[in-house]
Design a protein around this ligand. Structure first.
Ligand code: GDP
Ligand code: ZN
Length: 373
């Protein structure tokens, strides 16, 4: 069954807006312990206005501001709440308002440089688990751009999944899929079409309950079409929330954390849209084909570039053809990828372990049953 906020809010009794629906899990509960002791409640930020927020939690959807103390203790804007954040609030359900006292440490975040020449970082979305990197299989297809988006994704802490949209207009889909897989460092690659709905079931299964996703990609690749197809209705009509404020005036706000029919959540903020332009237009030098070429020239295929003989990377660093910080960011990306691969590997092993536990239990049950006969 699809659980949408509106159903939850208007249907009496069932189903309740639970924290689990909003993505809460054991990890968050653990992080939350110190705040629980202070009598605060957990809630998730669903929308951000200028210094005012919409949050959702067990007391429903509330309008929230941040406490004076929080403001004082957190001068940096990047520490302020953003869409997707888990926050500790003092709710006033009868008024439909709340005060945010703390922001829980983020698992992932997307940021961009603030407008103007300030170097302050602006966080546009937090706690995205999976970022769907969208590109299209038409003449806009660009492998270097996918590499750049992959770097942005790894930097954020979210897991990337690459979507090749507009498969309906492509004559050789499998060729492009393998081209992309070659640079994807093991991230899943899915060809699909918002137009024909091919592959949409698979996409839906990639955002199961508890998972928060977000879309990233250049304009025109079909992000809005995919979002609408996922939501099963146009995004715009899912927007309006009527709020009854204390003076009885009605205000319409737009939610940017959207529940998906499959049980997952989707973050769709204007900030993510701007990030798309930013990662495209500033020509982020984050595809590492130059370093990759050097690596392929090292004498040993398993060279760690830490002083082995015949290391092309060390040679290039020594003669200045490769800059130190470029190599550092390459190495950082590599570590990130290894870490993610390890994490995936561990969870795969855990699933396998649980499977065997279940089988062992079943075998014991059968043996007992036989023994009783
Ligand atoms: P966005 O800018 O990334 O949000 O892209 P849009 O969703 O606005 O789509 C841009 C254009 O591509 C629109 O004209 C869509 O109708 C078209 N489009 C989107 N998905 C598909 C698809 O799967 N196949 C084809 N042929 N066109 C598509
Ligand atoms: Zn080397």
């Amino acid at each position: 069954m699809s659980i949408l906020y509106d159903d939850i809010n208007t249907t009496t009794g069932v189903p309740r807006l639970t924290l689990e629906v909003l993505g809460w899990d054991g990890g968050w509960a653990e992080q939350y312990v110190p705040f629980k002791n202070r009598g605060l409640s957990p809630a998730r930020v669903t929308c951000e206005h200028r210094e005012a927020y919409e949050v959702a939690g067990e007391s429903g959807e509330l309008r929230a501001d941040i406490s004076g103390r929080f403001r004082h203790e957190h001068p940096l804007h990047r520490e302020w709440p953003t869409v997707g954040d888990w926050v500790a609030i003092a709710p006033r359900p009868t008024e439909g308002t709340a005060t945010i006292h703390e922001v829980l440490p983020r698992r992932s975040c997307f940021s961009r440089k603030a407008a103007g020449d300030r170097t302050e970082e602006q966080i546009v979305a937090a706690n995205v688990d999976i970022v769907f990197l969208v590109t299209s299989l038409d003449r806009d297809f660009n492998i270097r751009r996918i590499e750049r988006y992959l770097t942005v994704a790894w930097d954020s802490g979210a897991r990337p999944i690459i979507l090749l949209n507009k498969a309906d207009v492509c004559a050789d889909v499998s060729y492009y899929v393998s081209e992309v897989e070659a640079i994807a460092f093991g991230s899943p690659v899915l060809a699909l079409s918002a137009a024909t709905r091919q592959g949409l079931d698979v996409l839906r299964d990639m955002a199961p309950p508890g998972i928060t996703g977000a879309f990233l990609g250049s304009s025109g690749v079909g992000k809005s079409s995919l979002v609408n197809a996922l939501l099963d209705r146009p995004r715009q009509t899912t927007q309006a929330v009527r709020d009854n404020d204390s003076r009885g005036r009605h205000t319409t706000t737009s939610r940017e954390l959207l529940p998906l029919p499959g049980g997952g959540l989707l973050i769709d903020t204007p900030g993510m849209r701007e990030l798309q332009i930013w990662s495209d237009d500033k020509g982020l030098e984050t595809s590492f084909s130059d370093v990759e070429t050097l690596v392929s020239q090292c004498r040993f295929t398993d060279c760690t570039h830490a002083g082995e003989p015949g290391c092309a990377v060390q040679a290039a660093l020594a003669d200045g053809t490769l800059k130190q910080d470029r190599f550092r960011s390459y190495a950082k990306l590599q570590r990130e990828i290894q870490y993610q691969a390890l994490r995936q590997d561990q969870s795969a092993r855990l699933i396998e372990k649980n499977r065997w536990k279940k089988i062992a239990k079943e075998v014991r049950r059968i043996e007992r049953y036989k023994g009783n006969k």
